[in-house]
Design a protein around this ligand. Structure first.
Ligand SMILES: Cc1cc2nc3c(=O)[nH]c(=O)nc-3n(C[C@H](O)[C@H](O)[C@H](O)COP(=O)(O)OP(=O)(O)OC[C@H]3O[C@@H](n4cnc5c(N)ncnc54)[C@H](O)[C@@H]3O)c2cc1C
Length: 322
Protein backbone atom coordinates (compact mmCIF):
# COMPACT_ATOMS: atom_id res chain seq x y z
CA UNK A 1 0.00 0.00 0.00
CA UNK A 2 1.25 3.49 -0.86
CA UNK A 3 0.73 6.55 1.30
CA UNK A 4 0.69 10.00 -0.30
CA UNK A 5 0.44 13.49 1.14
CA UNK A 6 -1.73 15.87 -0.80
CA UNK A 7 1.24 18.11 -1.65
CA UNK A 8 2.94 15.49 -3.80
CA UNK A 9 2.54 15.44 -7.56
CA UNK A 10 1.10 11.92 -7.81
CA UNK A 11 -1.45 12.60 -5.12
CA UNK A 12 -4.48 13.32 -7.25
CA UNK A 13 -3.98 10.26 -9.45
CA UNK A 14 -3.56 8.12 -6.34
CA UNK A 15 -6.77 9.48 -4.86
CA UNK A 16 -8.67 8.84 -8.05
CA UNK A 17 -7.42 5.30 -8.58
CA UNK A 18 -9.99 2.62 -7.68
CA UNK A 19 -9.51 1.43 -4.11
CA UNK A 20 -7.72 4.62 -3.02
CA UNK A 21 -8.85 6.38 0.18
CA UNK A 22 -8.38 9.79 1.73
CA UNK A 23 -7.37 9.85 5.38
CA UNK A 24 -8.19 12.75 7.71
CA UNK A 25 -8.25 12.01 11.47
CA UNK A 26 -7.91 8.30 10.73
CA UNK A 27 -10.17 7.30 13.64
CA UNK A 28 -12.45 5.28 11.36
CA UNK A 29 -10.16 4.33 8.49
CA UNK A 30 -7.10 3.18 10.45
CA UNK A 31 -9.32 1.24 12.88
CA UNK A 32 -10.91 -0.63 9.99
CA UNK A 33 -7.56 -1.24 8.29
CA UNK A 34 -6.31 -2.91 11.47
CA UNK A 35 -9.35 -5.20 11.33
CA UNK A 36 -8.79 -5.96 7.61
CA UNK A 37 -12.25 -4.55 6.90
CA UNK A 38 -10.79 -1.72 4.80
CA UNK A 39 -7.87 -2.69 2.57
CA UNK A 40 -7.14 0.41 0.46
CA UNK A 41 -4.55 0.17 -2.30
CA UNK A 42 -3.35 3.67 -1.52
CA UNK A 43 -4.04 6.24 1.19
CA UNK A 44 -3.89 9.97 0.57
CA UNK A 45 -3.30 12.13 3.63
CA UNK A 46 -5.40 15.29 3.22
CA UNK A 47 -4.43 16.95 6.51
CA UNK A 48 -2.30 19.65 4.85
CA UNK A 49 -5.20 21.02 2.81
CA UNK A 50 -6.47 24.46 3.92
CA UNK A 51 -9.91 23.17 4.93
CA UNK A 52 -9.77 23.70 8.68
CA UNK A 53 -11.71 26.91 9.25
CA UNK A 54 -15.26 27.80 10.31
CA UNK A 55 -16.57 30.98 8.68
CA UNK A 56 -19.81 32.95 8.62
CA UNK A 57 -21.22 33.10 5.08
CA UNK A 58 -22.47 36.28 3.37
CA UNK A 59 -26.08 35.25 4.02
CA UNK A 60 -25.48 34.64 7.72
CA UNK A 61 -25.03 30.87 7.56
CA UNK A 62 -21.95 28.84 8.43
CA UNK A 63 -19.21 27.30 6.26
CA UNK A 64 -17.36 24.44 7.95
CA UNK A 65 -14.15 23.11 6.40
CA UNK A 66 -13.94 19.32 5.97
CA UNK A 67 -10.84 19.22 8.19
CA UNK A 68 -12.35 21.14 11.12
CA UNK A 69 -11.89 18.84 14.12
CA UNK A 70 -15.01 17.71 15.96
CA UNK A 71 -13.84 19.36 19.23
CA UNK A 72 -13.13 22.69 17.53
CA UNK A 73 -16.54 22.67 15.87
CA UNK A 74 -18.38 21.68 19.05
CA UNK A 75 -16.73 24.49 21.02
CA UNK A 76 -16.93 27.19 18.33
CA UNK A 77 -18.75 30.21 19.81
CA UNK A 78 -21.09 30.66 16.84
CA UNK A 79 -21.97 26.96 16.76
CA UNK A 80 -22.78 26.97 20.47
CA UNK A 81 -24.86 30.13 20.17
CA UNK A 82 -26.77 29.52 16.93
CA UNK A 83 -26.50 25.79 16.19
CA UNK A 84 -26.68 24.28 19.68
CA UNK A 85 -27.95 20.94 18.33
CA UNK A 86 -24.69 20.50 16.40
CA UNK A 87 -22.49 21.25 19.38
CA UNK A 88 -24.53 18.89 21.57
CA UNK A 89 -24.43 16.09 19.01
CA UNK A 90 -20.67 16.38 18.60
CA UNK A 91 -20.05 16.43 22.34
CA UNK A 92 -22.22 13.34 22.79
CA UNK A 93 -19.97 11.36 20.45
CA UNK A 94 -16.85 9.29 21.11
CA UNK A 95 -14.35 10.70 23.65
CA UNK A 96 -12.44 14.02 23.99
CA UNK A 97 -9.31 12.42 22.51
CA UNK A 98 -11.18 11.04 19.50
CA UNK A 99 -12.99 14.33 18.95
CA UNK A 100 -9.62 16.10 18.86
CA UNK A 101 -8.65 13.94 15.86
CA UNK A 102 -11.99 13.36 14.10
CA UNK A 103 -12.87 15.74 11.28
CA UNK A 104 -16.11 17.01 9.79
CA UNK A 105 -15.61 15.17 6.47
CA UNK A 106 -14.50 11.95 8.17
CA UNK A 107 -17.40 12.04 10.60
CA UNK A 108 -19.88 12.25 7.72
CA UNK A 109 -18.23 9.20 6.15
CA UNK A 110 -17.66 7.03 9.23
CA UNK A 111 -18.73 3.44 8.70
CA UNK A 112 -21.35 1.43 10.54
CA UNK A 113 -20.66 -0.18 13.92
CA UNK A 114 -22.53 -3.38 12.91
CA UNK A 115 -20.52 -6.18 14.59
CA UNK A 116 -20.79 -8.37 11.51
CA UNK A 117 -19.41 -5.63 9.23
CA UNK A 118 -16.43 -5.19 11.57
CA UNK A 119 -15.63 -8.91 11.85
CA UNK A 120 -14.34 -10.56 8.68
CA UNK A 121 -15.38 -14.00 10.00
CA UNK A 122 -18.99 -13.14 9.19
CA UNK A 123 -20.85 -12.60 5.94
CA UNK A 124 -21.61 -8.95 5.23
CA UNK A 125 -22.96 -7.51 1.99
CA UNK A 126 -21.64 -4.07 2.88
CA UNK A 127 -18.07 -5.34 3.31
CA UNK A 128 -18.21 -8.01 0.62
CA UNK A 129 -21.11 -7.57 -1.83
CA UNK A 130 -23.10 -10.75 -2.40
CA UNK A 131 -21.79 -12.58 0.69
CA UNK A 132 -25.02 -12.27 2.71
CA UNK A 133 -26.13 -10.43 5.85
CA UNK A 134 -25.34 -12.02 9.21
CA UNK A 135 -27.32 -9.40 11.12
CA UNK A 136 -30.79 -10.07 9.74
CA UNK A 137 -31.03 -13.45 11.49
CA UNK A 138 -28.29 -12.70 14.00
CA UNK A 139 -28.04 -10.61 17.15
CA UNK A 140 -29.57 -7.43 15.76
CA UNK A 141 -30.21 -5.35 18.89
CA UNK A 142 -28.27 -2.29 17.62
CA UNK A 143 -29.56 -2.47 14.07
CA UNK A 144 -31.91 -0.33 12.00
CA UNK A 145 -35.69 -0.29 12.10
CA UNK A 146 -35.94 2.29 9.30
CA UNK A 147 -34.52 2.05 5.77
CA UNK A 148 -33.30 -1.55 5.96
CA UNK A 149 -33.43 -4.04 3.10
CA UNK A 150 -33.15 -7.81 2.65
CA UNK A 151 -29.41 -7.22 2.16
CA UNK A 152 -28.51 -4.87 5.02
CA UNK A 153 -29.91 -3.47 8.27
CA UNK A 154 -26.79 -1.68 9.56
CA UNK A 155 -27.30 1.74 11.14
CA UNK A 156 -25.37 4.88 10.32
CA UNK A 157 -23.64 5.73 13.62
CA UNK A 158 -22.90 9.46 13.23
CA UNK A 159 -24.37 11.86 15.79
CA UNK A 160 -23.06 14.92 13.95
CA UNK A 161 -24.80 13.94 10.71
CA UNK A 162 -28.16 13.66 12.50
CA UNK A 163 -27.83 17.22 13.79
CA UNK A 164 -26.69 18.44 10.38
CA UNK A 165 -29.70 16.71 8.81
CA UNK A 166 -32.06 18.70 11.07
CA UNK A 167 -30.07 21.86 10.25
CA UNK A 168 -30.53 21.23 6.51
CA UNK A 169 -26.82 21.11 5.74
CA UNK A 170 -25.30 21.02 2.28
CA UNK A 171 -22.16 19.02 1.48
CA UNK A 172 -19.69 20.61 -0.97
CA UNK A 173 -17.31 18.42 -2.90
CA UNK A 174 -14.56 18.51 -5.48
CA UNK A 175 -13.79 15.72 -7.92
CA UNK A 176 -12.72 14.86 -11.45
CA UNK A 177 -15.89 16.49 -12.81
CA UNK A 178 -15.42 19.70 -10.79
CA UNK A 179 -17.28 21.02 -7.77
CA UNK A 180 -20.80 20.22 -6.68
CA UNK A 181 -23.13 20.84 -3.75
CA UNK A 182 -25.44 18.10 -2.45
CA UNK A 183 -28.15 18.55 0.17
CA UNK A 184 -27.28 16.26 3.10
CA UNK A 185 -30.76 14.77 2.80
CA UNK A 186 -29.73 13.47 -0.64
CA UNK A 187 -26.14 12.63 0.25
CA UNK A 188 -26.73 9.28 1.99
CA UNK A 189 -28.22 6.23 0.26
CA UNK A 190 -30.42 3.54 1.79
CA UNK A 191 -28.82 0.10 1.31
CA UNK A 192 -31.29 -1.55 -1.11
CA UNK A 193 -29.38 -4.25 -2.98
CA UNK A 194 -26.09 -2.30 -2.90
CA UNK A 195 -25.28 -1.68 0.79
CA UNK A 196 -21.60 -1.14 -0.05
CA UNK A 197 -22.63 2.15 -1.70
CA UNK A 198 -23.38 4.47 1.21
CA UNK A 199 -23.32 7.96 -0.31
CA UNK A 200 -23.53 9.67 -3.69
CA UNK A 201 -19.77 10.34 -3.69
CA UNK A 202 -17.80 8.85 -6.58
CA UNK A 203 -14.23 7.51 -6.20
CA UNK A 204 -11.75 10.32 -5.68
CA UNK A 205 -14.39 12.91 -4.78
CA UNK A 206 -13.27 15.01 -1.83
CA UNK A 207 -15.60 16.68 0.67
CA UNK A 208 -14.30 20.25 0.92
CA UNK A 209 -16.80 21.84 3.29
CA UNK A 210 -20.31 21.78 4.71
CA UNK A 211 -22.64 24.77 4.83
CA UNK A 212 -25.53 25.43 7.19
CA UNK A 213 -28.26 27.98 6.45
CA UNK A 214 -28.85 30.90 8.82
CA UNK A 215 -31.29 29.81 11.53
CA UNK A 216 -34.65 31.62 11.47
CA UNK A 217 -35.24 34.15 14.28
CA UNK A 218 -36.36 32.55 17.52
CA UNK A 219 -35.16 29.08 16.53
CA UNK A 220 -34.20 26.66 19.30
CA UNK A 221 -32.48 23.36 18.79
CA UNK A 222 -31.54 20.31 20.83
CA UNK A 223 -29.92 16.87 20.49
CA UNK A 224 -30.93 14.00 22.74
CA UNK A 225 -29.00 10.74 22.58
CA UNK A 226 -30.14 7.56 24.34
CA UNK A 227 -27.58 4.76 24.74
CA UNK A 228 -26.51 1.86 26.91
CA UNK A 229 -24.16 4.00 29.02
CA UNK A 230 -23.78 7.74 29.58
CA UNK A 231 -20.46 8.25 27.77
CA UNK A 232 -18.37 6.76 24.98
CA UNK A 233 -21.22 4.85 23.39
CA UNK A 234 -23.16 5.02 20.14
CA UNK A 235 -26.86 5.92 20.05
CA UNK A 236 -29.58 3.31 20.33
CA UNK A 237 -31.93 6.15 19.46
CA UNK A 238 -31.41 9.88 19.17
CA UNK A 239 -33.39 12.92 18.12
CA UNK A 240 -32.23 16.24 16.68
CA UNK A 241 -34.85 18.98 16.56
CA UNK A 242 -34.83 22.55 15.32
CA UNK A 243 -38.01 24.38 16.25
CA UNK A 244 -39.55 27.80 15.79
CA UNK A 245 -42.60 28.39 17.97
CA UNK A 246 -44.86 31.45 17.98
CA UNK A 247 -47.79 31.90 20.39
CA UNK A 248 -47.52 28.24 21.40
CA UNK A 249 -47.84 27.13 17.76
CA UNK A 250 -45.08 25.26 15.95
CA UNK A 251 -44.37 27.52 13.01
CA UNK A 252 -41.45 25.48 11.64
CA UNK A 253 -39.78 22.29 12.76
CA UNK A 254 -36.98 20.11 11.43
CA UNK A 255 -36.60 16.61 12.83
CA UNK A 256 -33.91 13.96 12.36
CA UNK A 257 -33.43 10.65 14.14
CA UNK A 258 -30.23 8.70 14.85
CA UNK A 259 -29.55 5.10 15.88
CA UNK A 260 -32.68 3.82 14.16
CA UNK A 261 -32.03 4.27 10.44
CA UNK A 262 -29.66 2.91 7.83
CA UNK A 263 -28.82 6.57 7.23
CA UNK A 264 -29.18 9.68 9.42
CA UNK A 265 -32.96 9.83 9.26
CA UNK A 266 -34.78 13.07 8.45
CA UNK A 267 -38.47 12.67 9.23
CA UNK A 268 -40.52 14.90 6.96
CA UNK A 269 -43.57 12.88 8.09
CA UNK A 270 -43.08 14.03 11.68
CA UNK A 271 -42.42 17.61 10.59
CA UNK A 272 -45.65 17.70 8.53
CA UNK A 273 -47.59 16.25 11.44
CA UNK A 274 -46.42 18.98 13.81
CA UNK A 275 -46.14 22.18 11.78
CA UNK A 276 -49.01 24.57 12.47
CA UNK A 277 -50.11 22.65 15.57
CA UNK A 278 -50.03 23.62 19.22
CA UNK A 279 -46.73 22.79 20.90
CA UNK A 280 -48.03 20.23 23.40
CA UNK A 281 -47.29 16.67 24.38
CA UNK A 282 -50.22 15.17 22.51
CA UNK A 283 -49.04 16.66 19.22
CA UNK A 284 -45.41 15.73 19.94
CA UNK A 285 -46.53 12.15 20.45
CA UNK A 286 -48.42 12.23 17.14
CA UNK A 287 -45.29 13.51 15.41
CA UNK A 288 -43.27 10.72 17.04
CA UNK A 289 -45.80 8.12 15.86
CA UNK A 290 -45.49 9.54 12.34
CA UNK A 291 -41.68 9.40 12.53
CA UNK A 292 -41.72 5.69 13.34
CA UNK A 293 -44.78 4.66 11.30
CA UNK A 294 -42.72 2.73 8.74
CA UNK A 295 -40.43 1.12 11.31
CA UNK A 296 -39.79 -2.60 10.81
CA UNK A 297 -38.41 -4.28 13.91
CA UNK A 298 -36.10 -7.27 13.78
CA UNK A 299 -35.94 -9.99 16.44
CA UNK A 300 -33.97 -8.01 19.04
CA UNK A 301 -34.43 -4.31 18.25
CA UNK A 302 -38.19 -3.71 18.59
CA UNK A 303 -37.54 -1.69 21.76
CA UNK A 304 -35.94 1.02 19.62
CA UNK A 305 -39.30 2.13 18.23
CA UNK A 306 -40.71 3.32 21.56
CA UNK A 307 -37.28 4.56 22.66
CA UNK A 308 -36.99 6.75 19.56
CA UNK A 309 -40.51 8.10 20.04
CA UNK A 310 -39.71 9.03 23.64
CA UNK A 311 -36.45 10.70 22.57
CA UNK A 312 -38.31 12.80 20.04
CA UNK A 313 -41.11 13.83 22.42
CA UNK A 314 -38.53 14.81 25.03
CA UNK A 315 -36.40 16.80 22.56
CA UNK A 316 -39.46 18.67 21.27
CA UNK A 317 -40.53 19.42 24.85
CA UNK A 318 -37.10 20.84 25.69
CA UNK A 319 -37.03 23.21 22.71
CA UNK A 320 -40.58 24.46 23.11
CA UNK A 321 -40.62 25.04 26.85
CA UNK A 322 -39.59 28.56 27.88
C1 LIG B 1 -14.08 4.14 20.06
C2 LIG B 1 -14.86 5.05 19.16
C3 LIG B 1 -16.06 5.60 19.60
C4 LIG B 1 -16.80 6.45 18.78
N1 LIG B 1 -17.99 6.97 19.21
C5 LIG B 1 -18.74 7.75 18.38
C6 LIG B 1 -20.00 8.25 18.76
O1 LIG B 1 -20.48 8.03 19.87
N2 LIG B 1 -20.69 9.02 17.87
C7 LIG B 1 -20.18 9.32 16.63
O2 LIG B 1 -20.85 10.01 15.86
N3 LIG B 1 -18.99 8.85 16.23
C8 LIG B 1 -18.26 8.08 17.07
N4 LIG B 1 -17.06 7.58 16.65
C9 LIG B 1 -16.67 7.76 15.26
C10 LIG B 1 -15.87 9.02 15.03
O3 LIG B 1 -16.71 10.14 15.17
C11 LIG B 1 -15.33 8.90 13.62
O4 LIG B 1 -14.36 7.87 13.62
C12 LIG B 1 -14.70 10.18 13.13
O5 LIG B 1 -15.63 11.23 13.12
C13 LIG B 1 -14.15 9.99 11.72
O6 LIG B 1 -13.44 11.14 11.35
P1 LIG B 1 -11.92 11.02 10.86
O7 LIG B 1 -11.50 12.37 10.43
O8 LIG B 1 -11.06 10.35 11.88
O9 LIG B 1 -12.15 10.07 9.60
P2 LIG B 1 -11.11 9.14 8.83
O10 LIG B 1 -10.95 7.86 9.57
O11 LIG B 1 -9.88 9.88 8.46
O12 LIG B 1 -11.95 8.89 7.50
C14 LIG B 1 -13.19 8.21 7.53
C15 LIG B 1 -13.64 7.98 6.09
O13 LIG B 1 -13.91 9.22 5.46
C16 LIG B 1 -13.10 9.41 4.31
N5 LIG B 1 -12.77 10.84 4.31
C17 LIG B 1 -12.28 11.56 5.35
N6 LIG B 1 -12.25 12.85 5.03
C18 LIG B 1 -12.74 12.96 3.77
C19 LIG B 1 -12.97 14.06 2.88
N7 LIG B 1 -12.73 15.33 3.23
N8 LIG B 1 -13.48 13.80 1.65
C20 LIG B 1 -13.76 12.52 1.28
N9 LIG B 1 -13.54 11.46 2.07
C21 LIG B 1 -13.05 11.68 3.30
C22 LIG B 1 -11.93 8.46 4.47
O14 LIG B 1 -11.42 8.05 3.22
C23 LIG B 1 -12.58 7.31 5.22
O15 LIG B 1 -13.23 6.46 4.33
C24 LIG B 1 -16.30 6.77 17.48
C25 LIG B 1 -15.07 6.25 17.05
C26 LIG B 1 -14.35 5.39 17.87
C27 LIG B 1 -13.05 4.84 17.37
Amino acid sequence: MQVFRFTQAKTVDAALEPGGRFVAGGTTLIDLMKLDVETPKSVVDINLLPLDSVETTADGGLKIGALVRNSDLANHADVKARYAVLSEALLSGASPQLRNMATTGGNLLQRTRCYYFRDTNYACNKRQPGSGCSAIDGFNRIHAVLGGSADCVATNPSDMAVAMMALEATVHTQGAKGERAVALDEFYLVPGSTPDKETVLVPGELITYVTLPKPADGTKSYYLKLRDRAQYEFALASAAVVTQVEDRRVRRVRIAMGGVGTKPWRSKEAEAELEGKTADERNFRRAADAAMRDAKPLKYNGFKIELAKKALVRALTVTTTA
